[in-house]
Ligand binder design. Structure first.
Ligand code: ATP
Length: 588
């Protein structure tokens, strides 16, 4: 299988400005955190001056209590403000993660269907999970702490300049060396952390692939290979992570050498200046305390800068999804459309007129397909595998744009109708008939959340599932799947049909399962189709001709073209391909 990093476009140079739209909804909290951090900075900056004052008071033999008292009060206040600021900041960061997850999920579930064909589900999932988590660190350490640290740092620099400009110059020289090294290293961190996140995406995609087909993989003796595939992605994520750690490890000694150098230089030069009487001891003590104040936020700023780069790596993956245009199903595909979805007399309920189509990868799938489904009628689509039958249904649902021709609903081109309005009139049962994790009730209510229990039971009766559901004492609340009732392929299909019928569609599009059903299930499906056809039209992609023998019209598709149409009896006479299909299923 492909283990390569999913190609979702180049790293589009995401920067801090891309972070702003995500931060904007939380600007009040940010202002509060920034205000608190300013107050905290003022408290921190006052402390060295207050310590110098205590020393001077001791030297002058004045009463000590007021000076010490003030120092203690400022210290306690600054700590309390610091704690409050941390809380506000963390809460804001959680808020930013939440906003991002909500926006991202909303976009992920609204992409045009073609986008899901191009991308791997697991990779998309990891963008909502782990990438958004990384963003949290960016917000806390990255944005506000850097801003807070900058205030303290600049304040400390000003205060140091006031105390002694020469000592300050010595300090700045030592500190600049450390800072430059850190900034250079952080560039690599962003690139590597994006790579690590891409590998996490690839790993999630590999796990998702393996879990979704675990039985087949087990039966094929491929477990070890799948584990190795996931492991390879995990290892690549590990390697990228280790490279990030290596870069970060380079940064921290550069920082500490700069810091220790600054202290030694200040002590040396400062001691000399105290000895020759240029500055007082209290001034040197205050300067050293300011140096502490400068160094601490500098260290924080350096680590925050690297955090920020990690977060921006994750943000670029999030942005890639947010930049994709969602499908707005409240609007028609064509601008300027917007006709209400109404029935007009005369025209068939659904009409495909000379429809051509190819998937985005280019190969033509349908060539000039025309067919009509009059209201209340039953039409079947049959033909060899790969003829394009399922594709016809996805086009009616509007999942892909047509390459040529038109699909009309009661005479109106569906591209001029709001997709949501049209889809509400269609029932669609996919070939794989997905049953969602949850209860039978959850599965049914998907199409009509307001349906009552009697309605649910009625629709279950229509599809012959009453007995299966009644077997469990939990009834409609029985879980479907491993922990509850295990449904056979035929039962899953009928549950999916029940779900569609509940919404009372005018036209039911049904892609019959390809898996062979036993005679009993086949009979039940036939009965279900009969029940489903009362009061609505049916367009069924049939793999078993026996389920559609009594259709009003059977359309035979071969290599994307309609090669014959008619009733079963007519086609047996007129179409060699149909005769062949029927003979293969022992029907003639
Ligand atoms: P079957 O009876 O086996 O279900 P079908 O007649 O329903 O087949 P379709 O599923 O419509 O055939 O597929 C028609 C062609 O389009 C096939 O060659 C298939 O490989 C291709 N195809 C189907 N889905 C996609 C897709 N999402 N992207 C690209 N090609 C696709």
């Amino acid at each position: 299988m492909a283990t390569a990093v999913p190609d979702l476009g180049p790293d589009t140079g995401v920067g801090l400005r891309d972070l702003l739209p995500l931060l904007r909804p939380h600007r009040r909290s940010f202002l509060l955190a920034a205000g608190l951090s300013l107050l905290g900075a003022a408290g921190a900056l006052a402390q060295p001056a207050l310590v110098a004052r205590v020393i001077d008071v001791v030297g002058a033999g004045e009463p000590l209590l007021p000076a010490v008292g003030l120092l203690v009060v400022v210290l306690l206040l600054a700590s309390a403000l610091g704690a409050l600021q941390q809380f506000v900041l963390q809460r804001t960061a959680e808020g930013v993660v939440l906003t991002t997850r909500l926006t991202l999920t909303d976009r992920l579930l609204r992409l045009p269907v073609a986008e899901y064909d191009r991308r791997r589900t697991g990779d998309l999932m990891s963008r909502v999970g782990s990438d958004t988590t990384l963003l949290r660190a960016t917000v806390t350490s990255g944005v506000v702490e850097v801003a807070g640290s900058a205030v303290v740092g600049v304040g400390a620099l000003v205060a140091m300049a006031v105390v002694d400009v020469w000592l300050l110059l010595v300090t700045v020289l030592a500190v600049t060396i450390g800072a430059v090294t850190a900034v250079l290293a952080s560039r690599g961190v962003r690139r590597l952390s994006r790579r690590a996140q891409e590998e996490v995406g690839a790993m999630t995609a590999a796990v998702e692939r393996a879990l979704s087909a675990v039985r087949t993989i087990r039966a094929s003796g491929a477990t070890a290979r799948e584990v190795a595939t996931v492991g390879a992605s995990a290892r690549r994520a590990y390697q990228a992570g280790v490279q990030v750690a290596r870069l970060e490890a380079l940064v921290s000694p550069a920082g500490s050498i700069a810091v220790q150098g600054a202290f030694l230089a200040v002590l040396g030069v400062g001691g000399y200046r105290v000895a020759d009487g240029t500055i007082s001891v209290s001034a040197l003590v205050a300067f050293i305390l300011y140096l502490f104040l400068l160094v601490m936020p500098l260290g924080q700023a350096i680590s925050a800068w690297t955090q920020l780069q990690t977060g921006l790596g994750a943000l670029s993956r999030i942005q890639e999804v947010l930049r994709l245009d969602p499908e707005d199903d409240e609007r028609p595909e064509r601008a300027g459309g917007g006709a209400p979805v109404v029935r007009t007399g005369g025209a068939p309920l659904l009409e495909l007129d000379d429809v051509s189509f190819g998937y985005p990868d280019g190969t033509p799938v349908l060539r000039g397909v025309s067919l009509q489904v009059p209201a209340g009628s039953r039409v079947a689509l049959v033909g060899p595998s790969g003829a394009g039958k399922s594709t016809v249904l996805t086009l009616i649902e509007g999942f892909y744009p047509l390459t040529g021709g038109a699909i009309r609903w009661s005479g109106t081109d569906v591209r001029d109708l709001p997709r949501a309005g049209l889809r509400a009139r269609l029932g669609y049962v996919e070939q794989e008939a997905p049953v969602l994790a949850g209860t039978v009730r959850d599965n049914l209510l998907l199409t009509r959340p307001d349906a009552t229990d009697p309605e649910l039971w009625a629709v279950l009766a229509d599809v012959g599932l009453t007995e299966v559901v009644r077997r469990s004492p939990r009834g409609l609340d029985v879980l479907v799947g491993d922990e509850g009732v295990l449904l056979s392929g035929g039962e899953r299909q009928r549950l999916a049909i029940a779900r569609s019928l509940l919404a009372r569609p005018e036209l039911l599009l049904l892609d019959e399962p390809t898996a062979s059903l036993d005679a009993r299930n086949e009979g039940l499906l036939r009965a279900t189709l009969a029940a489903a056809s009362s009061g609505r039209a049916l367009l069924v992609v049939a793999h078993r001709l026996s389920t559609v023998l009594d259709s009003d019209q059977i359309v035979v598709l071969d290599e994307g073209r309609v090669v014959a149409r008619g009733t079963h009896a007519e086609l047996v006479d007129s179409s060699p391909l149909y005769r062949e299909l029927a003979a293969a299923q022992l029907l003639v």
